[in-house]
Design a protein around this ligand. Structure first.
Ligand code: R5P
Length: 315
């Protein structure tokens, strides 16, 4: 069984392959001078792609990740269905169709935040991307998606997986927090799971987002005086949410504040901003970033195993 990756998820694909004890192969990815992408399954990988089911690991972020994912799925689908005809007349032009066997594992689901229509006429982007990808594979494994509801009723089965168990282990070992804080209501499930696993106190803040760069938290008394606190969120983008929550914690006596997330987007100098507010920043490897200290491999492997079972595929 093989794990495949393109240009945006290679380290995590290798971690997944290690967790599953499978082979990993990189697909050839290049850019033409006008920036358009090129994808090819190397000839030495074609047999492995046809032999058994494959898991492609690819992010739909940034935008180029969506196109690359689509092209890789198309190339894999052609190879598995035996559609090999090529102008150079290399190798057999037609082969037997080996049937279904393509899973797409998406570590960071770009566009997941537009999961609702807030104003008439808006595109529900998360749903649009999900439908597009579902039409090109036999199942999806999605890792700590912002709002899981958006993946309900897709045309293929979806396994939702989470790195909160690994994140909790990492925090217990490296930070040993007394208190876990969810910086908004949306992160309560994830952050409270981490608090339970570490067996420490938990609370949450109520956040209002004014615009992409401005957020305010409702004042709340938190029992954090003299305590080490870890703020747990699904993603950190500008860092604004974490910096404001860290302010609230410090003003109530927290002695150490850490930020932990599944998806470290860290846009526009976020890390430089964050280190002025928190003592440590911890992220999984769903996106390559300077703080990706928690392997996402085991979480993705749980999702892959679940889908294999649900689809009745043999490993
Ligand atoms: C929003 O609901 C998410 O869970 C994150 O809290 C948010 O996307 C973080 O963004 P930023 O780092 O820009 O505040």
């Amino acid at each position: 069984m093989v794990v495949l990756s393109g240009s945006n998820s290679r380290p995590l694909a290798e971690q997944l392959a290690e967790s599953l004890n499978w082979e990993h192969h990189s697909l050839e990815t290049r850019r033409f001078p006008d920036t358009e992408g090129y994808i090819r399954i190397p000839s030495e990988v074609i047999q492995a792609v046809r032999e058994e089911p494959v898991v492609l690991v690819s992010n739909t972020f940034p935008d180029s990740g969506i196109i690359e994912t689509m092209l890789m799925l198309e190339a894999i689908s052609d190879v598995r269905s035996g559609n090999m005809d090529n102008l150079k007349n290399i190798g057999p032009q037609d082969m037997e169709d080996v049937g279904p066997g393509i899973l797409l594992a998406i570590p960071y689901f770009g566009y997941s935040r537009q999961d609702k229509r807030f104003y008439p006429g808006e595109a529900v982007s998360a749903r649009a991307i999900a439908n597009l990808l579902a039409s090109r594979c036999d199942g999806l494994v999605v890792f700590d998606i912002h709002e899981p509801k958006v993946l309900e009723d897709l045309s293929v089965p979806v396994a939702l997986t989470s790195a909160m168990p690994e994140l909790a282990l990492h925090l217990r070992k490296e930070v040993n927090p007394d208190f876990i804080l969810s910086p908004d209501k949306g992160a309560i499930d994830r952050a409270s799971e981490v608090a339970k696993l570490i067996d420490c106190q938990f609370s949450y803040l109520e956040k209002t987002r004014i615009d992409a760069h401005t957020i305010v938290h409702k004042a709340k008394d938190l029992d954090v005086d003299g305590k080490i606190v870890a703020i747990v969120d699904d993603m950190i983008a500008t860092g604004g949410t974490i910096c404001r929550a860290a302010d609230a914690l410090r003003s109530q006596g927290a002695v150490e504040v850490h930020a932990a997330c599944s998806h470290g987007l860290f846009t526009g100098g976020a890390i430089a901003r964050l280190v002025r507010y928190v003592d440590g920043v911890h992220s999984t490897s769903s996106l390559p970033n300077p703080r990706d200290v928690i392997s996402g491999g085991p979480a993705l492997a749980r999702g892959v195993n679940e889908l294999f079972e649900r689809l009745g595929w043999k490993k």
